[in-house]
Design a protein around this ligand. Structure first.
Ligand SMILES: Nc1ncnc2c1ncn2[C@@H]1O[C@H](COP(=O)(O)OP(=O)(O)OP(=O)(O)O)[C@@H](O)[C@H]1O
Ligand SMILES: [Mg+2]
Length: 287
């Protein structure tokens, strides 16, 4: 199977109902690579069943935070727990309660979508791998493509399959490191739908992103990591409240390129209202 996926094994009994605190708790986390201080005291909590977006520029340390939480890296100082388990002293329990999906889809091209899912369910010793696969294919709108080789899938379909594979064994916490980087607008919307569905099913989602609109559309809470610390952490409304109140002025809102793209192409891959059969009046405004 292709490398890149971090599979966290599940116990037969499932995990962690004994904790009542936040799904993820991070306090005073520090991490340096040699003399480069990347995290200098990071604090945040993620409530159960919520979607938390960690924003930051390239190199801000987002992946470092995720890797510490996923027990792939050790922090220099501070504490972090996932599902009530300490990442440093209870790494095994943490791994049983999480799934980590990295930036690049780690699906096997030679297999079909369904075979990929069945394979993971078998590796996890779950009962009825076929049933689990069919259920996930439905949930992620991949049923029609179930028996096609993944090499024929679009980027968005691969990403959805990748996320579906992460869910096998129903981990209560899922980390998505830049889930939509490199995807086109429709595929991003499909992934957003899938992520929202996860939270609706009770999964806690921590995602990293550089797309501000992604955080705006998806997240219950947003934190910005900058120069090694979380500089703001709150709901979108709280973050917007940090700026001075808007003054009322008349502005003609022009559609964004994304609005135009989605109107022409449709957000589910079908032609939108302004489909090409009607044509776009390219002479408009020339007069
Ligand atoms: N193994 C490593 N050794 C040395 N430096 C590293 C290592 N891993 C990461 N870094 C550095 O730590 C900083 C944070 O990296 P990290 O990958 O966590 O950032 P990021 O916010 O995920 O960035 P991006 O948006 O580009 O994915 C960067 O300056 C990076 O170069
Ligand atoms: Mg990163």
């Amino acid at each position: 199977m292709t490398t890149g996926r971090t599979q966290m094994p599940m116990t037969a009994t499932g995990v962690t109902t004994h904790v009542w605190g936040p799904a993820i708790h991070v306090q005073a986390l520090e991490k340096s690579y040699e003399d480069v201080e990347v995290l200098r005291g990071v604090d945040f909590d993620v409530a159960r069943g919520s979607i938390f977006a960690l924003l930051g520029s390239n190199g801000a340390g987002k992946t470092t935070v995720v890797n510490i939480l996923a027990t792939l890296l050790t922090a220099d100082a501070g504490t972090a727990s996932v599902s009530g388990f300490d990442v440093a002293t209870q790494a095994g329990d943490v791994r049983e309660s999480i799934s980590l999906t990295g930036q690049f889809a780690a699906v096997d091209d030679i297999l079909t979508g369904r075979e990929n899912l069945v394979l993971i369910a078998r590796l996890r010793h779950l009962r009825d791998p076929g049933g689990i696969a069919d259920d996930l294919l439905d949930r992620f709108a991949l049923a029609d493509a179930a028996t096609r080789r993944v090499s024929t899938y679009s980027g968005g379909m691969r990403r959805r399959l990748d996320i579906a594979m992460s869910l096998i064994g129903t981990p209560p916490v899922i980390f998505l490191d830049e889930p939509t980087t490199g995807l086109d607008p429709q595929a991003r919307i499909e992934v957003w739908r899938a992520v929202r569905e996860l939270a609706e099913h009770g999964t806690t989602v921590l995602l990293t992103t550089q797309h501000l609109d992604e955080a705006e559309h998806l997240a219950d809470r947003i934190a910005i990591l900058h120069r090694g610390r979380i500089i703001v952490d709150g709901t979108l409304a709280e973050l917007k409240g940090l700026l001075p109140a808007a003054t009322v002025e008349y502005v003609e809102r022009q559609p964004s390129l994304e609005d135009v793209f989605l109107a022409l192409v449709g957000d589910d891959g079908t032609d939108g209202d302004a489909g090409t059969d009607r044509g776009v009046d390219t002479d408009r405004g020339r007069r």
